[in-house]
Design a protein around this ligand. Structure first.
Ligand code: NAD
Length: 515
């Protein structure tokens, strides 16, 4: 039974209305978080409706999966071109429902176009049969073939509603699956726009279907006996629930979860570049990036200089509406706004020092804007240091030795991404190797996500499995190992009947070959 309340919160400076779940009409009302204006009403698909959608995808699977790899790649090339052609329309949809800056919206399109390019070019190579060696069985031939799983359920979050829907979708389609996407209730319009664009590009309707709704809709997709795999991107808490269900059903699942990424800056780093990177890595997209720089770990000897440069750079960053020439937008919805304010306020109460920002931006009465914030003197038990903040906040600690930096960085349940900054690349690589994370950058931040040949995913509580690259594409398939005789072999030495002569022969073989 649906049992949802309207969520309207009154705050000091005005009325903030966030994503609203309408119980009676079973629809979601979406609101532009930067302006407070209503932008859409979208239906909540219930269990039965989800099943109907999944069955359509299942029925279409034999048709889509029979297309050759080249034919699927041709469809995706058309999609890529259509996305680029309709970029303005897409950016407008993304920015209105997230409060992002226009540049952050453009980055979503750019990233997807680059990933699509890779998937189209490399997909046919990585998904075709791959020869394997046969050891001493030289009269045989071995290879691995990659088969689509069936219907893939893609469940996506709100922070990059385009990348995190289009990316898994394209990989799953390339691998021959049909797909049902459940977008976040906060940002359903971006996925609906993508479906519209996919229709213009000629992608068959039942190869890529959409089920809008909230967590219950997502759960129905996971629990369906007719979805063959789930690719989930979202919080660790939801990921855990999905993993439990998939575990019970033995359903394959990729989990792309939260992070609390460290940025280690050594005294010999290019400090100007590191400062700019810390700001962009921590504050772009209002810090609502799974691989955002959340914990800056800076060597004590350069701390004062670092803070001085950081303040200088920060003073030039403008915040505002998406069409303006600004670098930082609003938060995407009220719940996230409250989490970030709670982290900042708790840090203040526990004695942290606010170097910059530290409050909502009161210039935007109807919008969910939080000032870019820098916090020092943080302690291990502060939420801003231990939990995922997911806001425009940089928390800073210092270290003395390399060992201490590594220890601080690894003291987190998360292990998604991170960065190491030093002109001594050998040292940076040595440190990187000791950080427990799915990926890491040296002297850069975030950008590894767009390098399509690098697998992406987390360790520890940041997730399971990988997307992109050869490994990610193959994750959307079932691997089948095939062994075939090269020529007509009348018998095999170890077949019945066994004899003393054969036993002796095998003893000799074993000694000669492996002894
Ligand atoms: P969320 O877990 O609240 O929701 C994600 C999606 O799951 C939404 O579509 C939601 O409706 C759906 N959902 C909720 N409950 C469900 C259930 N019981 N069963 C199935 N589906 C359910 O996460 P969010 O707030 O939308 O996203 C923010 C989180 O995502 C952050 O923790 C961030 O770090 C993480 N994230 C990770 C990556 C990555 O690649 N590792 C990328 C982006 C975001």
């Amino acid at each position: 039974m649906y049992n949802y309340k309207h969520r309207i919160r009154i705050v000091k400076m005005g009325v903030f209305m966030t994503t609203i779940i309408q119980e009676k009409t079973q629809e979601i009302i979406n609101i532009n978080p930067a302006t407070g204006e209503e932008i859409s009403k979208v239906p909540i698909s219930n269990k039965e409706q989800v099943e109907e959608i999944v069955l359509r995808a299942k029925k279409y699977f034999p048709i889509w999966s029979k297309l050759s790899l080249k034919e699927r790649a041709r469809y995706l090339r058309k999609l890529q071109k259509q996305i680029v052609q309709d970029m303005e329309e897409l950016v407008d949809t993304i920015c209105k429902e997230t409060g992002k800056t226009e540049m952050d919206g453009i980055v979503e399109i750019f990233t997807v176009a680059e990933h699509l390019n890779y998937i189209i070019k490399k997909g046919p190579k990585y998904l075709k049969d791959e020869p394997r060696s046969v050891g001493i069985f030289v009269h045989k031939k071995a290879y691995v073939s990659y088969h689509p799983k069936g219907v893939v359920g893609v469940i996506s979050p709100w922070n990059y509603p385009f990348i995190l829907t289009a990316g898994p979708l394209a990989q799953a389609l390339m691998a021959g699956n049909t797909v049902v996407v459940k977008p976040s209730e906060v940002t359903p319009n971006t996925t609906l726009k993508l479906r519209e664009i996919a229709t213009r590009a000629g992608i068959p309707e039942d190869a890529f279907l959409v089920a809008t709704g909230d967590g219950r809709t997502g759960a129905a997709l996971v629990e369906s006996l007719n979805t063959d795999m789930i690719c989930f991107t979202g919080s660790t808490a939801t990921g855990r629930k999905i993993a439990e269900i998939c575990g019970r059903m033995l359903k394959p699942v990729i989990l792309e979860l939260g992070g609390k990424d460290p940025m280690i800056i050594f005294e010999d780093a290019n400090l100007k570049r590191a400062v700019k990177a810390a700001l962009w890595g921590g504050i772009s997209n209002s810090g609502q990036t799974c691989i955002a720089v959340e914990r800056v770990i800076v060597q004590e000897s350069i701390y004062d200089k670092f803070i001085e440069l950081l303040k200088q750079e920060l003073s030039q960053i403008k915040q505002g509406y998406y069409k303006d020439e600004v670098s930082v937008g609003s938060m995407a919805f009220e719940k996230q706004f409250q989490i970030v304010m709670d982290h900042i306020n708790e840090a203040k109460q526990k004695g942290a020092q606010i170097i910059a920002g530290g409050d909502r931006n009161s210039s935007f009465v109807n919008g969910l804007f939080i000032q870019p914030t820098v916090i020092t003197n943080v302690k291990d038990d502060m939420k801003v240091w231990k939990d995922e903040t997911f806001g425009p906040v940089l928390a800073i600690k210092t270290f003395k030795t390399e060992e201490e930096a590594i220890e601080i960085a690894n003291k987190s349940p998360y292990g998604l991404n991170g960065s190491v900054w030093s002109k001594n690349i050998k040292r940076a690589q040595r440190v990187a190797r000791q950080i427990k994370s799915g990926s890491i950058c040296i002297n850069d931040v975030l950008v590894n996500y767009i390098i399509s040949d690098l697998p992406f995913g987390g360790v520890k509580e940041s997730g399971l499995g990988r997307v992109y690259s050869k490994e990610g594409l193959r994750a959307f398939t079932d691997m089948q190992s095939v062994l075939v005789d090269r020529f007509n072999v009348p018998f095999e030495l170890w077949w019945f009947p066994y004899s003393n002569k054969i036993k002796q022969l095998f003893k000799t073989f074993t000694k000669v070959l492996f002894g």
